[in-house]
Structure formats: structure tokens, C-alpha cells
Design a protein around this ligand. Structure first.
Ligand SMILES: [Ca+2]
Ligand SMILES: [Cu+2]
Length: 342
């Protein structure tokens, strides 16, 4: 017969060796439960980003303080798409759900006061290099609203995505990206997660791959070479978007975290957020504020695009950020998703 321990045995003094053993078992339990948070099989096309600490933001003078101060942040582990969401992936979503993107919908008259009803037709913004002696000083000089431009017709009526299955989907508003992520059982990354993943576990680098923009003369990202917005030297081989994964991956194995297309994050955009961001797993502010567009509801975009040039935007640099109105799209805006471990 075995006797079961009675509660009267519990208060006995545990010898030091037993205490140590209990502690080691406890540590082992912590290790197992932590490891189990990472699913055994990677979701297709996704890469595990182990959690960690990093210094977020940049004090590069060209960004006029919009990504300052550089501040310490920690994120938990998560899965992230190795590439930007492609046309063929987005097409599966549309086929399955019948989803209609913002760029394909008739604009809300309330958002376009003064525009006559016959002009309120679906449109999106297409980069159009200014011609001739147009001085091209502000974005209105190169962003052209094009009726009928959307993800399936990136340059407008007559254009198509045939043969562009592996190109990043573009003309995606934040609302569209969010809808896709939900359908895919994923979510949009927080800005902190996105930047941690982009930096590839490296610190203090000017670019995601190092301090030299073209190491050994090799293009590391799809950006704009030459004088924006008129002269694109196309030294990297692509005038507009490039197929995902054209350039070398970062140290986490992620492609196009700099250049190609802008990528939406889940955070609202506030220019001053980094001044009081929490340290652990920041989720962004409660609402957006861009002093230049105080009435716009804006979310964060990261990574820069094929239009970012040394003389103009430079936001392919590590730590840079940008923002966009949640219902506006353009031909240099796409996204990728993340997924929590089970
Ligand atoms: Ca390029
Ligand atoms: Cu840019």
C-alpha cells in the first residue's frame, strides 16, 4: 500500500538540494512554454522573428525630427511575411470574398467637397513624371489622380497585372490591407514589429544592410537613382515596382524591407509619438495627428518605395517612417502581414 502525502507534510523544511532541483524544473518549464509559443511548422511564406530589444527611430537630419528621438523598444516574437503581398495572393483574397478595394469604389462626396458628381468616379494616384519645364516642386506635380487605376490596372484603363503575379500588389489603402490580413488569419504589423524585423537584428546602421548604399556596386533595394522626380537612372534595374524578392534579403531573410513599395502598419501616425512611446511592444497612439493634414486619419507606412531618391525622400533608410490616409491608395503603396505564434 502506498500512502498519499497528507497536507501536514507540506510545511516541512525543504533541503537546499531539493529547492535547487525544484527551481531547475521551474526554469525548464519556462523554457518549454516559451518555445511552445512558436508553432512547429512555419506558416507558408512566413519567417519567425524572435522577440528582442532594439533602438527604434532615426535622427537623420533629412527627416526633420519625424522619427525622433531614437528610443529603446522591445517586441515579442512573431511571424512575418518574407515578401510583400503579391498580386496573385491578393487575387486569391478577392476571388474568395468578392472584396472591392477603395480605389475601385465611387468616392464619398463628403470627402471631396466641391467636386461635381460626374467627376466622382473611382480613381487612384499614379506617379507621373513631370514633363518639360514643369518646376516640379511639390507632390501635386507628380501625383496624378487616374480614373480606373486600381490593383488590377495599376497604370489605369488598358494596363493589367498579366505576367505580374509575383509583383507586390499596389493601389492598396490601409482599409484594404486590413481586410486582406483578417481574411488571411493574419494582421498588419505594428510599426515597432515592422522596424525590428527590417533591421534584421542589427543596430545603428544607416541602411538595413550596412552603411554603404551600394556595397561593391550592388543594388540592395529598389529605389530611385538620379534626380527625382524627372530623371530616373534605373541603376537598380526597375523604374517602378520590382517582383518581390528581386534584391538580397536582410539578416532575418526578409525581402524588400527597403524600397519597392511602402508597407502599411497597424499604428496610427503621430509625428510626436516617439517622444512618449511605451518601451514594451508599443501599439501606436490612440489617434493620428499630422500637423500638415490635421483632419486626415493617418496610419504609419514603412520602408520607402521605388520613388525614394537621395535628393528627395530617402525614406529607405533604417528607422524612417511615413504616413498615409487610411482610405487613400497609390501605385507605390502595398503591405505585408504578420501572425502571432499560437
Ligand atoms: Ca528603381
Ligand atoms: Cu519616399
Amino acid at each position: 500500500m502506498t500512502s498519499r502525502p497528507s497536507s501536514s507534510l507540506l510545511p516541512v523544511v525543504i533541503p537546499g538540494a531539493a529547492l535547487l532541483a525544484a527551481f531547475l524544473i521551474y526554469l525548464g518549464f519556462l523554457w518549454i512554454s516559451d518555445a511552445s509559443r512558436k508553432p512547429e511548422a512555419p506558416p507558408p511564406g512566413m519567417v519567425w522573428i524572435p522577440g528582442g530589444a532594439f533602438k527604434m527611430g532615426t535622427d537623420e537630419p533629412s527627416f526633420r525630427g519625424e522619427a525622433e528621438p531614437i528610443h529603446p523598444v522591445t517586441v515579442k516574437g512573431f511571424w512575418i511575411d518574407a515578401t510583400e503581398v503579391t498580386n496573385e495572393q491578393f487575387e486569391q483574397f478577392v476571388k474568395a470574398t468578392g472584396y472591392v478595394t477603395i480605389a475601385e469604389r465611387i468616392p464619398d462626396a463628403k470627402q471631396f467637397p466641391g467636386v461635381p458628381p460626374d467627376k466622382l468616379k473611382p480613381f487612384s494616384s499614379v506617379f507621373t513624371p513631370p514633363s518639360g519645364d514643369n518646376p516640379a516642386r511639390s507632390f501635386g506635380d507628380w501625383w496624378k489622380p487616374v480614373y480606373g487605376a486600381h490593383w488590377k490596372q495599376p497604370e489605369g484603363p488598358g494596363s493589367s497585372i498579366a505576367g505580374k503575379e509575383k509583383y507586390p500588389v499596389v493601389h492598396i489603402a490601409w482599409v484594404d490591407a486590413e481586410a486582406y490580413a483578417k481574411w488571411a488569419g493574419k494582421r498588419l504589423p505594428t510599426e515597432a514589429e515592422w522596424e525590428f524585423a527590417a533591421r534584421g537584428g542589427r543596430e545603428g546602421r544607416k541602411y538595413l544592410w550596412g552603411d554603404d548604399f551600394r556595397p561593391g556596386g550592388k543594388s540592395m533595394a529598389n529605389t530611385w537613382q538620379g534626380k527625382f522626380p524627372k530623371e530616373n537612372a534605373v541603376e537598380d534595374g526597375h523604374r517602378t515596382a520590382a517582383p518581390v524578392g528581386t534584391y538580397s534579403p536582410n539578416d532575418f531573410g526578409l525581402y524588400d524591407m527597403a524600397g519597392n513599395v511602402w508597407e502599411w502598419c497597424s499604428d496610427w501616425y503621430r509625428v510626436d509619438y516617439f517622444k512618449n512611446s511605451p518601451k514594451d511592444n508599443p501599439q501606436g497612439p490612440d489617434s493620428s495627428l499630422d500637423p500638415n493634414e490635421p483632419n486626415a486619419k493617418k496610419k504609419v507606412q514603412k520602408g520607402g518605395s521605388f520613388l525614394c531618391a537621395e535628393n528627395y525622400c530617402v525614406r529607405y533608410m533604417a528607422g524612417a517612417r511615413h504616413s498615409g490616409e487610411i482610405e487613400s491608395a497609390a501605385d507605390h503603396i502595398g503591405f505585408r502581414c504578420v501572425k502571432d505564434a499560437r
